[in-house]
Every structure is written in structure tokens, then in C-alpha cells.
Design a protein around this ligand. Structure first.
Ligand SMILES: [Zn+2]
Length: 444
């Protein structure tokens, strides 16, 4: 629970009904004007914070950002006083799964999601996940596949955009693509035709067709699994089973780029990672084991790196099991990979794998891990704001508090540059010009 914040908010619309109201009012009416007084502003792009700023929001856009001393206050504006707080752009998590719920083994794990949960139940739970993200100040998610829930993410996105449910801006990847032997459900009798958590393809023709289908049905990104199982190799190294060939991946990338969209590739290391780079994936997801050749290819091609650290540092299997050894090795290679990428200047973007992590946990925990491994707090914040916006082709529109951007604005009651953990206690959330949360209390 977040502690209550003592911010004085005047004339604010009632939280809880706000998300379904139009900030621009009835057609033809003058858009509502809101003034936010920011004690400290971290704008998402600048390397230095600014003190005592005034942000003018008109409708769903930021109109101006200026020093309080010289700012002109528009008449009749609603004033939100965050003069004791640190104000930031709405955060962006570029690797989530709103259709997953933590895969609790006691509740049947991953398989139960697909085998026993009706789609309506999964959609209801995804609705809650989306709301949790918004409550925590994440105003945009790139949700990288539904894990067997088909095109459910497109539906949730439509429900948010139409104002039926509260939630972040969603960039969705729909079903994801892997190969035969490259995705659960697994381990059942071979006579049974089991459903799979991703769309299975073999050969470039099927690969291209799957991309076309997914793009046709609303995918904003295409997600591809370039590695699947992983284990400890003969020499103590992390081995990852490769899935698609370069030829198969190229068909997907070529098709997707033709639609003006991008491809996110799950890849741990080894052959699959190198195929992902040779096939020109736009982003590498996880990238646990980056060798020097991979780092230089990533730099050369301008590939994005979404390391998703936290999920690999918790919930290890017991140390005396094969899975437990594998889990420990994954974490052991991930940290140096992240540090190498950071030092080399790779474009690192904040992503968590929420859904793999239960949605009841704080999304912002990933910031602490990034900072622990050597990233500066400002760099970590930019990885979840302006840098993520560039990856999403939304530069200047989200991930920044600046004129012309959508009014996605959050606040915390302490300095995240001093203690990044305060981002786990976001107390004020505005999305698209509408206050969703204030005074620490989420809408009910
Ligand atoms: Zn994931």
C-alpha cells in the first residue's frame, strides 16, 4: 500500500469516475485547462531536474512547461498543487503480459491458465492487471503476447481506448510466434494435440503467414521466441535451445517492417541470440548471456535491449535440482551482460516481464535492480520514459513532460534520484489529461 500523500489538490474531478469522462468536454466546448505546480520536475529527457515548474495541460496535451516565477496562469484553470512532490512523465513498461498472473505452481502453473481458465476469466484478470499498472504510474505498456489468450490484448486495448475500463496506453503483440518444440504446453502424451501458448510455425512461408495474420488482427509489435529451453552445459555454461532459423525470422521481420511495425525477440544467448541479430530483430528481450560479438552487433544495428532483470533473481527452484542450478546460472550471467551493455552504450529499455512476476508485486522494483547493477537513477528513469518512447515510435508524445506531449504525468513524494525505490510509491497519476489517482488513493 502507498502511504497517503499530503498534497493539496483543489477543484479536482472525483477520482473513480474521472477515467470515463472526456477532458475536452462535449463536442465544440473549450478543452479543460489544468495547471500543475511541480516542486521538482524530472521531465524524462533532460539530464537535470528543474525546481518550481508550472505545467499547463489543455485537454489531453501538455501546452507549456515554465518556471513558476515567470509562468502565466490561465484563468479558470484547475490547480493541482504538487509543489512538495517530484513530478515525472507517466512510466513505460516495455515488457509485460497482462494475460499472465504469476504462474503459481500451487494453482496449476502456466498450464492451468490455458487448460482450465475460460477466456472471459482471463480477460477479467487482464483488466485488473491493466488497472494495477495505471495505479502504479505506468501509463504505457508494451504487452508482449497473451500466452494462449489469442487476440484478447487487442480487445483490452479497445476497451481502454473507448473508456470502458481504466488502463495504460497499450502496444500489443497478440499471439507471439515460435516453432515446433519451441513453446508450452509440453510434456503431455504425444498422441494428444495440445494447445500452445504461442503460434507455432515451421518454415518461412508459415512464419510470414503468422506475422500477416497477427498484424491483420491488430498487433502493434510482433513477438518472436528465438530461444526456448535453457540448461547448464557441459562446461558450466548457459545453453539455450534455438527455435526459428534466420530464414524464418527474416520472413517475419521483412513482413512486419513492411507494415511499419517492429519485431521483439525473446533471446537468452548463444545460437538463438545470434540468429535474432542476424535476422535483424528490433529489440532483444531478456538477453541474459550477451557475448562481445552480440554486443557489437547490437551497437552496429541499433538494436534495443530490454533486459527484464528482476524476474530472474527471484523464485529460484531448489539449489540441488537441475532447474535450480539453471536458475542460478541465468542470474549469474545476466548481471555481467547488463553491465557490459550499459558500459558499451547499448540502448537499454525498462521492462519487467510482469505476469511472469505476479501483478500484486510492484512493477517499479526493476528500477532498483538496474541501479544496483550500475545504471544511474536518471538513466533508469529515461529507460522507462523518453528512451522507451523512441523505441515505440512515440518520441515527444509520451515519456516526456514537454509541450505537445500527451498529459501522462505522475508524482512521488520524495526524490527518486536519491532513492529510486520511491518510484514504487507513486501517489498521483494523470493519463491523457485525466487524473486517475491522487492523494495516494487509487480509484475503486
Ligand atoms: Zn515475457
Amino acid at each position: 500500500m502507498n502511504k497517503l500523500l499530503g498534497w493539496m489538490i483543489t477543484s479536482i474531478l472525483l477520482v473513480g469516475v474521472v477515467f470515463c469522462q472526456s477532458s475536452s468536454g462535449p463536442t465544440g466546448a473549450t478543452p479543460a485547462v489544468t495547471v500543475i505546480r511541480a516542486g521538482t520536475l524530472i521531465d524524462g529527457k533532460s539530464d537535470q531536474p528543474r525546481r518550481d515548474q508550472v505545467i499547463v495541460v489543455r485537454g489531453n496535451r501538455i501546452e507549456s512547461v515554465s518556471d513558476a516565477a515567470t509562468a502565466k496562469m490561465p484563468a479558470g484553470a484547475t490547480v493541482i498543487d504538487l509543489s512538495k512532490a517530484t513530478v515525472l512523465p507517466g512510466l513505460i513498461d516495455s515488457h509485460t503480459h497482462i494475460f499472465l498472473q504469476g504462474e503459481n505452481p500451487a494453482q496449476g502453473g502456466y498450464d492451468a491458465n490455458i487448460l482450465t481458465a475460460p477466456l472471459a476469466l482471463r480477460s477479467a484478470r487482464a483488466t485488473v492487471s491493466a488497472r494495477r499498472a495505471l495505479e502504479q504510474g505506468f501509463t504505457t505498456l508494451r504487452d508482449v503476447e497473451t500466452e494462449g489468450a489469442g487476440y484478447g490484448d487487442v480487445g483490452i486495448k479497445q476497451a481502454i481506448e473507448a473508456g470502458y475500463i481504466p488502463g495504460p496506453r497499450l502496444f500489443v503483440a497478440t499471439r507471439a510466434i515460435s516453432t515446433t518444440g519451441g513453446y508450452p504446453l509440453e510434456g503431455y502424451a504425444p498422441e494428444l494435440e495440445m494447445p500452445k501458448g504461442a503460434q507455432i510455425v515451421d518454415g518461412p512461408v508459415e512464419a510470414r503467414k503468422a506475422a500477416r495474420e497477427q498484424l491483420d488482427h491488430g498487433a502493434d509489435w510482433i513477438k518472436v521466441y528465438m530461444t526456448h529451453r535453457s540448461w547448464v552445459g557441459k562446461h558450466g555454461e548457459l545453453v539455450s535451445q534455438p527455435t526459428l532459423t534466420v530464414e524464418e525470422l527474416r520472413a517475419i521481420v521483412d513482413e512486419t517492417h513492411g507494415w511499419g511495425k517492429k519485431v521483439a525477440c525473446h533471446a537468452y544467448g548463444g545460437i538463438g541470440l545470434h540468429r535474432a541479430l542476424d535476422g535483424e530483430c528490433d529489440s532483444i528481450e531478456h538477453g541474459l548471456d550477451l557475448d562481445d560479438a552480440a554486443i557489437s552487433q547490437i551497437l552496429k544495428q541499433g538494436t534495443w535491449y530490454v533486459p527484464t532483470l528482476s524476474v530472474y533473481y527471484t523464485d529460484w527452484a531448489p539449489a540441488d535440482t537441475e532447474a535450480g542450478q539453471r536458475d542460478r546460472l541465468r542470474a549469474a550471467v545476466h548481471e555481467p551482460s547488463f553491465k557490459k551493455a550499459l558500459n558499451a552504450g547499448v540502448k537499454i529499455v525498462f521492462g519487467t516481464d510482469m505476469g511472469g512476476i505476479p501483478w500484486t508485486e510492484p512493477i517499479a522494483q526493476e528500477f532498483s535492480r538496474m541501479v544496483e547493477f550500475g545504471m544511474s537513477p536518471m538513466d533508469a528513469i529515461q529507460s522507462a520514459t523518453s528512451r522507451a518512447a523512441v523505441m515505440l515510435d512515440m518520441e515527444g508524445k509520451i515519456g516526456v513532460v514537454a509541450p505537445g506531449a500527451f498529459a501522462d504525468i505522475i508524482a512521488v513524494d520524495a526524490d527518486p534520484l536519491r532513492d529510486i525505490k520511491v518510484l514504487e510509491s507513486v501517489g498521483f497519476v494523470m493519463k491523457d489529461g485525466k487524473v486517475f489517482r491522487s492523494k495516494g488513493a487509487p480509484a475503486d
